[in-house]
Design a protein around this ligand. Structure first.
Ligand code: PEP
Length: 247
């Protein structure tokens, strides 16, 4: 049985004070929930305060990105060691916004995952197709390419896959649970074929997940959790997603 795993991606939202306010309200809302893994990925500037506040809980802390080099003259970048020292257990890699606005290729994503794993960070790898790719019947081909490139020479221990159809991110348009499940099934088949037994790998769905649709998504056999953007920004909303995520 795969444990449900719900992650918050705050993107470039919430300063230090807002992070503190969110976490102080959020912790009591999810106290006592022990059968769902919870992760919060705030901006880099909020990692330290979040780490401090989350320390007495079992809520995990994640970063939204990192550099693949271990250190050096890379102005503005953050290393895996820096994330570990800031209290992160996990890093999100290959989010479609990184791919789209910062030219992250599968090759770069692959290098980042290798460094993250070498340093002991868990990874959430994001993959997903655009609307045009889905409408022209290329979804599975796009996923093949992203998975093969991003996961080249990488074993799946410590890696979660987040399937995020780009057309569903921040648009209010969710993939139907059936479409999401079919695509998750395809990803699991790919993993089984190319990475050995992938039965224990968790595959999150991401794209306009909210308290109202989490239960029907989680009712699908291949959906093990969610990566949540907009609806993770309010403590009640994110807590209600977690409460609705039980299998
Ligand atoms: C995301 O940022 O990964 C995401 C899925 O965003 P939203 O939930 O807002 O669609």
């Amino acid at each position: 049985m795969r444990r449900p795993y719900i992650a918050a991606n705050w993107k470039m939202m919430k300063n230090l004070a807002e992070t503190e306010e969110f976490i102080n309200s959020f912790i009591p809302l999810v106290a006592g929930i022990s059968d769902v893994d919870i992760l919060i990925a705030p901006p880099f500037t909020s990692l330290s305060i979040a780490s401090h506040l989350l320390l007495p809980t079992n809520i995990k802390l994640g970063a939204q990105n990192m550099h693949y080099e271990e250190n050096g003259a890379y102005t503005g970048e953050i290393s895996a060691d820096m994330l570990l020292f800031a209290g992160c257990s996990t890093v999100i890699i290959g989010h479609s916004e990184r791919r789209q606005y910062f030219n992250e290729t599968d090759e770069i994503v692959n290098k980042k995952i290798k460094t993250a794993k070498k340093k002991g960070l868990e990874v959430i790898l994001c993959v997903g197709e655009s609307l045009e790719e889905r409408e022209s019947g290329r979804t599975f081909g796009v996923l093949d390419k992203q998975l093969a490139g991003s996961l080249k020479d990488i074993s799946m221990d410590g890696v979660t896959v987040a399937y995020e159809p780009i057309w569903a991110i921040g648009t209010g348009r969710t993939a139907t649970p059936e479409i999401a499940n079919e695509t998750h099934g395809y990803i699991r088949e790919w993993l089984n074929k190319n990475k050995g037994n992938a039965g224990s790998v968790r595959i999150q769905y991401g794209g306009s997940v909210k308290p109202e649709n989490i239960s029907e998504l989680m009712a699908q056999s291949e959906i093990d959790g969610a990566l949540v953007g907009g609806a993770s920004l309010k403590p009640e909303s994110f807590a209600n997603i977690i409460k609705g995520a039980k299998k």
